[in-house]
Design a binder for this molecule. Structure first.
Ligand SMILES: *[C@@H]1O[C@H](CO)[C@@H](O)[C@H](O)[C@H]1NC(C)=O
Ligand SMILES: *[C@@H]1O[C@H](CO)[C@@H](O)[C@H](O)[C@H]1NC(C)=O
Ligand SMILES: *[C@@H]1O[C@H](CO)[C@@H](O)[C@H](O)[C@H]1NC(C)=O
Ligand SMILES: *[C@@H]1O[C@H](CO)[C@@H](O)[C@H](O)[C@H]1NC(C)=O
Ligand SMILES: *[C@@H]1O[C@H](CO)[C@@H](O)[C@H](O)[C@H]1NC(C)=O
Ligand SMILES: *[C@@H]1O[C@H](CO)[C@@H](O)[C@H](O)[C@H]1NC(C)=O
Ligand SMILES: *[C@@H]1O[C@H](CO)[C@@H](O)[C@H](O)[C@H]1NC(C)=O
Ligand SMILES: *[C@@H]1O[C@H](CO)[C@@H](O)[C@H](O)[C@H]1NC(C)=O
Ligand SMILES: *[C@@H]1O[C@H](CO)[C@@H](O)[C@H](O)[C@H]1NC(C)=O
Length: 583
């Protein structure tokens, strides 16, 4: 039986449970029911409805299957593959294998090709032309000490970059004024760039140290150039106007000063009262897989958009035990560790739940005309279409009931699926994580190949994956990979869930092997990432958890030139198990 049967059961059934209670009470956080007991209870409850109980049985089966799986080992796939498998799996709302694959986010989707409405880029020819012009003009005394403010410096750097990186899919967006390096003859130059392989227009910063010498005529030649982010004197972006008071006791600005994910606040009572809100109370999705979280959260955002309302969101997340060291669910994670809240708040209308509840309590008059009107919606069976004309200030979905009745995404099932559009474009991965990705790719100068090796439970499950283990053994890898990447001693980034660091040692005689753990210092307690995440967490160290690892590993792999994937290139097994290759 297919789980899509759930769409067939009676949508107009009486409301599941009307827990309207007292409209004046204020919401409190509830913990979600977890485990199989509620499912068993639902079976008894629903026994009268054959179709419905069939559905519950299916869920039970799914639950049992899910429980028998090992903690997942997230594997990665190409964006195209993700989109295909996504459209296949998601309509059925099956999250049977939690986070087995990374769901794509908005930046993986931008299909519109490169017609930059975004910042202009420096054309290589143009840069060279500028360099020549600067050389022809002016006052050049070859014996004068190098002054980094000299326009010829920037011109030389631009020309050099355009040549050196043009073919490496880097687009230079803007340069900052060069500043002196530590020694005479050195200048540190910062610029913003984006990577052509990335579909989003997110900009990153690089700063490098250049050694310049007088060249032909008045031109300057670049003698030496430092590695990614070597020009530390140019590391700090120029201070914004208006923040002139440089009190040395105030902490330095965060390294990526472009991240602004402060929580937007409702300015005044009048503004609050004018607002229309859609409030989803925490449901059964809490502590489920990250994929289910995204799928559910986007349903909420989609409904808010459909109703033209502001979505009340909880920044507090719960990381499923599948991604924690001790296998236990960990509550209290911040949305901003994983996703780009700045982009979200610019893309859709959201307010933070804690502030919202405070304002609501503060400004609600218990009686009379000052009341803030609330429509409580106990069940997902009340469709968004039925709420479209509701004028209440707050539409409050309670998500009563037991799993899977209390999953957010169920709001978007059935007929609602045709009118609600999930705003995928609103979700991007955290820029703090993407900065790590950029750093890793940058250290290899964006010139590397990628190998993706999926092992973990799939390699152990011989029934679903009869050949995977053998096909990804060190011997098989040494046999196959040099045939696929023929150029010797290339940089090879291996994205993998194989925990044993030395597993790939045999490949080291053919390639310069890079693994995620080679870059540990990027999230160690002396890293930018550490500084920035502890700021978010109020000073507590934030562990670099398994889900973050998957995001970084995958994204570095995506930026590789030649990409060798487990299920296309190393083994004939199918990625979703035996006989699923051509679904
Ligand atoms: C989703 O449902 C469709 C229709 O019932 C079915 O053909 C398909 O196999 C299902 N896909 C998955 C991944 O379960
Ligand atoms: C070169 O000189 C011309 C005229 O003297 C001036 O218009 C131009 O801006 C100068 N170019 C540079 C790069 O200084
Ligand atoms: C470099 O040139 C700028 C203006 O072009 C000037 O203000 C600065 O004093 C010069 N620096 C040195 C070290 O000569
Ligand atoms: C999508 O690409 C276009 C240019 O092709 C760009 O202007 C736009 O900002 C991109 N959208 C996102 C979300 O990155
Ligand atoms: C950050 O964004 C908020 C709006 O969400 C804005 O009010 C605030 O001024 C911004 N802060 C900085 C430093 O740009
Ligand atoms: C959406 O709401 C805003 C204010 O909350 C209003 O100005 C706008 O006209 C509404 N749009 C639609 C399509 O209802
Ligand atoms: C950083 O970690 C190292 C080893 O893990 C530890 O010795 C050191 O005390 C830590 N520093 C801080 C500031 O927490
Ligand atoms: C992190 O913060 C500490 C203390 O504010 C500072 O000394 C250190 O330089 C920062 N590290 C980075 C990489 O920004
Ligand atoms: C991996 O397999 C895919 C699909 O068969 C193919 O298009 C790609 O060229 C292969 N990659 C390499 C490096 O051979």
């Amino acid at each position: 039986m297919s789980s899509s049967d759930q769409d067939d059961h009676d949508e107009d059934a009486p409301l599941f449970r009307a827990n309207s209670g007292d409209d004046d009470d204020h919401p409190r956080r509830r913990s979600s029911p977890v485990g199989e007991v509620p499912v068993a209870q639902s079976i008894i409850k629903a026994a009268s409805n054959v179709c419905f109980s069939l559905f519950v049985l299916a869920v039970l089966v799914v639950t049992v299957v899910a429980v028998t799986y090992q903690p997942p080992d997230p594997w990665l796939q190409s964006s195209a593959a993700i989109t295909t498998s996504l459209s296949r799996v998601l309509p059925n709302s099956t999250f049977l294998l939690p986070d087995d694959s990374l769901l794509p986010t908005g930046e993986d989707f931008n299909s519109s090709s490169s017609t930059p409405s975004a910042p202009r880029r420096d054309d290589p020819d143009q840069a060279t032309a500028t360099a020549t012009a600067a050389a022809v003009n002016g006052t050049c005394d070859p014996d004068a000490p190098l002054n980094c403010s000299d326009p010829r410096v920037l011109a030389a750097v631009k020309a050099f970059n355009a040549k050196a990186f043009f073919r490496r899919s880097i687009v230079f967006l803007s340069y900052e004024a060069p500043v002196p390096g530590p020694k005479p003859g050195e200048c540190d130059v910062a610029w913003r760039f984006r990577n052509r392989r990335e579909k989003s227009w997110r900009r990153y910063r690089d700063y490098r140290r250049f050694t310049l010498v007088p060249g032909d005529g008045c031109a300057l030649d670049i003698n030496r150039v430092g590695k990614f982010r070597s020009g530390t004197n140019a590391a700090r972006p120029p201070r914004q106007k208006g923040s002139k008071n440089r009190n040395p006791r105030i902490a330095p600005p965060p390294v990526d000063a472009e991240i602004n994910d402060t929580i937007p606040i409702v300015g005044s009572e009048a503004e609050f009262r004018r607002g229309k809100y859609l409030y989803y109370m925490r449901g059964g999705d809490h502590c489920k897989s990250m994929n289910q979280f995204i799928w559910s959260f986007l349903c909420g955002l989609g409904e808010a958009k459909f109703l033209n309302r502001t979505f009340v969101m909880d920044l507090n997340m719960c990381l499923s035990g599948a991604h924690t060291d001790n296998g236990k669910d960990e509550d209290g994670k911040d949305f901003r560790y994983y996703f780009d809240f700045e982009h979200l708040k610019e893309s859709v209308s959201v307010v933070e739940e804690g502030d919202f509840l405070k304002d609501w309590k503060r400004w609600d008059k218990k009686k009379g005309p000052g009341r803030i009107s609330v429509r409580k919606v106990p069940s997902y069976k009340v469709t968004p279409m039925q709420l479209k004309r509701d004028k209440s200030n707050i539409i409050w979905r309670l998500f009563d009931g037991q799993e899977p009745e209390n999953y957010w995404y169920r709001v978007c099932e059935g007929r609602a699926a045709k009118v609600i559009q999930r705003p995928w474009y609103a979700i991007w991965k955290s820029k703090r994580l993407m900065n790590i990705v950029t750093e890793i790719a940058g250290r290899m100068d964006w010139d590397y190949d990628g190998l993706h090796v999926i092992r973990g439970w799939k390699a152990q499950n011989k029934q679903m994956y009869p050949n995977l283990d053998a096909d990804t053994s060190p011997e098989a890898l040494v046999d196959k990979v040099p045939k696929l990447i023929k150029q010797p001693m290339r940089n090879l980034y291996i994205a993998t869930n194989e925990p044993f660091y030395n597993y790939f040692d045999k490949l080291r005689s053919y390639f310069h092997v890079h693994l995620l753990d080679d870059y540990k210092e990027l999230w160690s307690n002396s890293s930018e990432w550490y500084n920035e995440t502890t700021t978010l967490s109020g000073g507590r160290p934030v562990p670099f958890d398994a889900y973050m690892r998957v995001i970084v590993d995958t994204e570095v792999f995506y930026r590789a030139k030649t990409q060798v994937e487990t299920f296309n290139n190393l083994t004939r097994d199918c990625k979703d198990g035996i006989n699923t290759c051509n679904l």
